[in-house]
Ligand binder design. Sequence first.
Ligand code: ATP
Length: 240
Amino acid sequence: IGNGASLKVDRIRVGYGKTVALHGISLEVGAGEIVALIGANGAGKSTTLRAISGLLKCAEGQVTWGGQSITNWAVDRIVAAGIAHCPEERHVWPNMSVQENLALGAYLCRSKAEIERRIGIAFHRFPRLKERSRQLAGTLSGGEQQMLAIARALMSEPRLLMLDEPSLGLSPKMADEVFDVVREINRHGVTVLLVEQNVHNALSVASRAYVVETGRVAASRDAASLLGDPALLNAYLGGE
Ligand code: ATP
């Protein structure tokens, strides 16, 4: 993996209307890393991912990807540059089949053969989705829908995958499967930025983490040292 897959977020300010949600967040994700954003509800983790993927505009600050500024680029252009965002609550299209959901993940790709090739890769990685290729996505289990959402995000062949709360609402066993998949994707060279409410899961898969508190980075540490500091985790996350 070259430098092309490194992300730098520099003092971004982002709001919803007049409400400022991010008061100058800065973070870095090196090529090939898995980095987690942790923090209490409403701290600004999802907002950070939305700003990186172009869904929200930055009023101030810079987002740099592979050395190039992508600040306030259109969403499609950011996808084309190699960044995929798998949002909270999955949002698979319930009345479309697994296969159709996957095809739509490659919406920027014009070649039918290439889309077929990528679906083949997805089915190889997610055999359970292959078994259910014609099943409507809305009838999948929560864990299967999460796998589909991840597989769909991978259809754009990103070099950075951003995952928002991938274990939300899943059983511990399904959550473990999702994190195994995240590790495997990373082993295949995809850089990962992960937002996760479950701190222990997040810190078991990530090598580093940023603690976000009310729109700011309150701490940045390697995962092992955060896991070994329950007082710090308690202070920012409230009883986790
Ligand atoms: P959670 O895990 O609960 O989503 P989070 O850390 O991801 O928490 P954000 O969702 O980024 O937090 O929210 C940051 C702030 O922005 C909060 O104060 C929230 O109320 C506000 N906010 C989030 N989404 C919107 C929205 N669509 N409109 C207005 N305010 C919003």
